[in-house]
Design a protein around this ligand. Structure first.
Ligand code: 5RP
Length: 165
C-alpha cells in the first residue's frame, strides 16, 4: 500500500530563513520538501522584495538555465567545485559554461564559486564572469586587500576587453 508522504512546499516558507525553515519541516515530520519550478520560485522571491540567483553544479549544463529563468534571475552562478566545503580544487572544465551564459545573457551578473583565486581567476574573467566568490584565497592571504584588488582588476580588465570587441 502506498504510504503517506507529506511534502511542504517551500513557496510558503520564509525565504530569508530557508535553511532553518527546511530543518523545521524535517523536524516536524516532513520527509520530502517540494521545491517549486525555478521561475515560480524567482517570482515568489521577487514578490518578497529579494534578489534571486540561480546556481548550476559542475555536472549541470548551462542549458539547464532556460532563457526565461536566466532573464528573470538577478544572478547566475556557475559552481567550479562540488558545493559543500571550501578549499577544493578549481574545476576548469566548468569554465566554458560561463562563456555560454555570457553569450546568452550579456548584462547579467555571472558568478563563479569554488577554488577561485589569483591563479584561476583569469580564465573565469576571460570567459565573462564578473562576480568572484573566493574563500581560501582571500581569507588565508596575509594581505587580503591585495588579493581582492587583483581579482577586481582582473575582472575589470577582462570586461573592458570583452566590451571593446
Ligand atoms: O560555497 C562554497 C562551497 O560550497 C565555497 O564558498 C567555495 O568553495 C569557496 O571556497 P574556496 O574559495 O575556498 O574554494
Amino acid at each position: 500500500m502506498p504510504r503517506a508522504i507529506i511534502s511542504p512546499s517551500v513557496l510558503a516558507s520564509d525565504f530569508g530563513q530557508l535553511t532553518a525553515e527546511c530543518k523545521r519541516m524535517i523536524k516536524g515530520g516532513a520527509e520530502w520538501l517540494h521545491m517549486a519550478d525555478p521561475l515560480s520560485l524567482i517570482h515568489a522571491i521577487h514578490e518578497r522584495k529579494m534578489k534571486a540567483g540561480v546556481a548550476i553544479s559542475p555536472d549541470t549544463p548551462s542549458t539547464a538555465i532556460t532563457d526565461e529563468v536566466g532573464e528573470a534571475a538577478d544572478m547566475l552562478l556557475v559552481m567550479t567545485v562540488y558545493p559543500g566545503r571550501g578549499g577544493q580544487k578549481f574545476l576548469e572544465r566548468c569554465v566554458p559554461k560561463v562563456a555560454e551564459l555570457r553569450v546568452r545573457f550579456p548584462d547579467k551578473d555571472i558568478e563563479v564559486d569554488g577554488g577561485v583565486g589569483p591563479k584561476t581567476v583569469d580564465v573565469c574573467a576571460e570567459a565573462g564572469s564578473n562576480v568572484i566568490v573566493a574563500g581560501t584565497a582571500i581569507f588565508n592571504a596575509p594581505e587580503p586587500e591585495q588579493v581582492i584588488a587583483l581579482l577586481k582588476r582582473t575582472v575589470n580588465d577582462a570586461q573592458a576587453k570583452i566590451s571593446s570587441k
